[in-house]
Design a protein around this ligand. Structure first.
Ligand code: PAF
Length: 296
C-alpha cells in the first residue's frame, strides 16, 4: 500500500494513477474530508472518479511514504507523523527545490530516504479534483545508503505513470530541475508573467547571466552541465509550458508561502559555501522575499 502525504496537485495525480493501476492508496490529508472520491481528468479530457481511503494519520508502518507537500512543509508534515513512522520505512520526497532531504535525514537518520523529481504536471481544480496538464518523466534515486535497495518502488510507480525511472545519479536530475526553477520561477513571479514571456530578449539576457553565475557552483559540486545545453533545456521548458504560470508566480498571486528558500535559497547557500558571487540570483531571491513579506 502507498501512503501519500499531501492532497495537492501532485499527490492527487499519483493517487489517481496508482488507484487506476489497481494499487492501494491512502491519502494523508491535514483535515478530515467528507468525500472519499478523487476526480481526475486526463490529458485526453476523459474524466474518471476513484474511491480513495483518506486519513489524517499514517496507519501502516511498513509501506513507503510518498511525501508530495511543498518543500517548506516537508519537515513539519513528517514531524507530525513521526510516531507512526518506523525506521525501515522508505520516505520518498517529491517536490520542487532542494534541501529537504538533509532536514529529513536529521529527523529520521535510519530511514531509507529517496529523492524524486517529476515533470508530470496537474492542476488542483478543487479539493480532490485534478486535471492532468502535462505528461513528463519522473526520476527517483537514493539520498542515503539505506535508500539504495529501493529501486523496486520506481517500478511500482512506473506501472501507474510511465516514464518513471530509478536513477543512480539522482543528484544531477535534481539539480537540473533546480536550475530550471531558478531560471523561470522568480522572474515569472516578480514580473507577473507566464512562462512563455521569458522567451523575450530582455529575460533571455537575465537567464543567460544566471547560467553564468551557477556554472562555477556546479563545477564545485562535481556536476556535469554544459552552459549552452542548459540554456537550450531551460528554453525547451519555457516553450513547452509557455501558457502556464509557474508555481512561484501562483504562490505570490494567491498570497501563499513560496519555495524561494529551497530554490534560489539553496543555490545561494551552496555559492556562499564556495565563496562564489551570484548577484543576479541573489537580487531575484531578495525581491521574492520582499514581495512574500508584503503579501503576508
Ligand atoms: O515550478 C513550476 O512551475 C515548474 O516546475 C516549471 C517547470 C517551472 C514549469 O512551470
Amino acid at each position: 500500500m502507498w501512503q501519500i502525504i499531501g492532497a495537492g496537485a501532485i499527490g492527487c495525480l499519483w493517487a489517481t494513477n496508482l488507484l487506476r493501476d489497481g494499487q492501494q492508496v491512502t491519502l494523508i490529508t491535514r483535515k478530515n474530508s467528507q468525500t472519499q472520491t478523487l476526480n481526475y481528468q486526463d490529458l485526453q479530457g476523459k474524466r474518471t472518479s476513484f474511491n480513495c481511503r483518506l486519513s489524517t494519520q499514517l496507519s501502516n508502518r511498513d509501506d513507503p511514504i510518498l511525501v508530495c507537500v511543498k518543500a517548506p512543509q516537508v519537515k513539519q508534515a513528517l514531524l507530525q507523523h513521526r510516531h507512526n513512522i518506523s525506521e525501515q520505512q522508505a520516505i520518498i520526497l517529491m517536490h520542487n527545490g532542494m534541501g529537504t532531504a538533509e532536514q529529513v535525514t536529521k529527523i529520521f537518520p535510519h530511514n531509507p530516504i529517496i529523492c524524486a523529481t517529476t515533470t508530470n504536471a496537474s492542476l488542483l481544480n478543487a479539493e480532490l479534483n485534478i486535471i492532468q496538464t502535462g505528461k513528463g518523466a519522473t526520476y527517483l534515486g537514493a539520498f542515503n545508503e539505506q535508500g539504495k535497495s529501493f529501486s523496486i518502488l520506481a517500478n511500482k510507480l512506473n506501472s501507474a505513470l510511465d516514464d518513471t525511472l530509478w536513477c543512480e545519479d539522482i543528484k544531477q536530475k535534481l539539480w537540473l530541475k533546480l536550475l530550471i526553477n531558478i531560471a523561470i520561477n522568480p522572474l515569472t513571479a516578480i514580473f507577473k508573467v507566464n512562462n512563455g514571456t521569458l522567451a523575450k530578449k530582455h529575460f533571455q539576457r537575465q537567464i543567460a547571466q544566471m547560467i553564468n553565475e551557477v556554472m562555477p557552483v556546479l563545477e564545485k559540486e562535481g556536476l556535469l552541465f554544459e552552459s549552452h545545453m542548459l540554456l537550450i533545456t531551460i528554453n525547451n521548458v519555457i516553450q513547452a509550458t509557455a501558457a502556464n504560470y509557474s508555481s512561484m508566480n501562483r504562490d505570490i498571486y494567491f498570497k501563499r508561502p513560496t519555495e524561494n528558500e529551497y530554490i534560489s535559497g539553496y543555490l545561494l547557500k551552496k555559492a556562499l559555501q564556495y565563496n562564489i558571487e551570484t548577484p543576479l540570483i541573489r537580487s531575484l531571491y531578495e525581491q521574492i522575499k520582499e514581495i512574500s513579506h508584503q503579501v503576508k
